[in-house]
Design a protein around this ligand. Structure first.
Ligand SMILES: *Cc1c(COP(=O)(O)O)cnc(C)c1O
Length: 397
């Protein structure tokens, strides 16, 4: 299906159909093209492919038909011109930043982003002369003030991890564009089913396909979505030389994942909403963080910007770290793991896992209190999940 045709189709149709090219075998489900290289009809065709005069496959570090199907499907869902599949979410971020930036360039990023991204921005990229200033996610003045003449790119995640803070993407996109900078949004938590950053003015969308796009905890992968102009030259050139390409098998898992993404996301949201509402009424709970609750400070913005509140719920138990650990150790059904976006519900203590590298003081500064627990709500029966939370709460009350 070509791009023109995509524009008239709904997102559920695109999720199932976009990007498929049927082979002469007439297969119904998409093929896994497990081939590292491709054969040319003759020497002249080989030469034309290598010179770029004739489009087509050469080698799977550059292009692969299964990866292409995934890319076209995700591009259609994010309403972007082009998508590049990568070997992981982190390599999607790395290829974007190293593809677009050079020594001397500056990034402004929200503080509460994925821990490994913080490490990349704070410890790795400065070695190559690219520096970052961190700001509070919803501090619009802070974004504006942190921009320098050499700022080329703004980076954010919304909702934030683990406190589900929301930022107005349109506002930050306007700030970026007023200063000739690009806005990159990591859309891992919402997926295109709940939020379309490109439509709100972002220039590039990043995905860790490892999370909801796969949705069943099987493969590691990532993706970059944006305009042909931005992705085609520098980012793709970096990827095909840097070699962080997506494997065809993983691409196949992800593209099949996209087919059920919207019904899964709806179910994640429903379960998370029920759990958040239940938690809010429990005596052992100090505070609940979920954008679908009226008590969330940005409830209205979330309702406007997102078509669902997502599957991540965080809450503080009374009694600090000891009680949070007791609670986690008493859980039966939730898996104790830091991964998220899986059909299986997970539970984690951010203070001593995903955010352990921060000092106690830094953690408090970003609002991660010792009693904080993060849930990635899966697709089990909400009543079973709530029963499990309730039995675990007996050790902390
Ligand atoms: C997991 C994650 C990443 C990194 O993705 P990998 O596939 O693990 O490399 C980036 N951003 C967010 C928000 C994530 O949750």
């Amino acid at each position: 299906m070509n791009n023109e045709k995509n524009q008239s189709l709904g997102p559920n149709t695109l999720a199932v159909r976009a990007g498929q090219v049927r082979s002469q075998e007439g297969e119904h489900s998409e093929l896994i093209f497990a081939s590292s290289s491709y054969v040319f009809a003759n020497a002249a065709e080989a030469a034309a492919r290598f010179s770029g005069d004739s489009p087509g496959n050469i080698y799977s570090r550059f292009t692969n038909p299964t990866v292409r199907t995934f890319e076209q499907r995700l591009a259609a869902l994010e309403q972007g011109e082009r998508c590049i599949g990568t070997s992981s979410g982190m390599s999607a971020i790395l290829c974007t930043l190293l593809g677009l930036l050079k020594v001397g360039d500056h990034i402004v990023s929200s503080r509460s982003i994925f821990g490994t991204t913080v490490n990349l921005l704070s410890n790795i990229l400065p070695k190559y002369g690219i520096t970052t200033t961190f700001v509070e996610l919803a501090d619009y003045e802070g974004w504006e003030k942190s921009i320098k003449p050499e700022t080329k790119l703004l980076f954010l995640e919304t909702p934030s991890n683990p406190l589900t803070e929301i930022v107005d993407i349109k506002k930050v996109a306007d700030i970026a564009h007023n200063h000739n900078a690009l806005l990159v949004v990591d859309n891992c938590f919402c997926t295109p089913c709940l939020q379309l950053p490109l439509k709100l003015g972002a220039d590039i969308v990043i995905h860790s396909a490892t999370k909801y796009l796969d949705g069943q905890g099987r493969c590691v992968g990532g993706a970059i979505v944006g305009s042909d102009a931005l992705l085609g030259e520098d980012i793709y050139a970096f990827l095909r030389t840097g070699g962080a390409s997506m494997s065809p098998f993983n691409a196949w898992v992800f593209l099949k994942g996209l087919e059920t993404l919207s019904i899964r996301m709806r179910a994640h949201c429903q379960n998370a909403q029920q759990i958040a509402e239940w938690l809010e009424n429990q005596k052992f709970v100090e505070k609940v963080y979920y954008p679908g609750l009226k008590s969330h400070p940005q409830y209205d913005l979330a309702a406007e910007q997102q078509s669902g509140a997502g599957g991540i719920v965080s809450f503080e138990v009374k009694g600090g770290k000891e009680q949070a650990w007791n609670f986690i150790d008493s859980i039966n059904l939730f898996s104790i793991t830091a991964n998220l976006g899986d059909t299986k519900s997970t539970i984690t203590h951010p203070g001593t896992t995903t955010h352990h590298k921060l000092s106690e003081e830094q953690r408090l500064e970003v609002g991660i209190k010792p009693g904080l627990i993060r849930l990635s709500v899966g697709l089990e029966d909400a009543t079973d999940l709530i029963e499990d939370l309730e039995q675990a709460s007996s050790v902390v009350t």
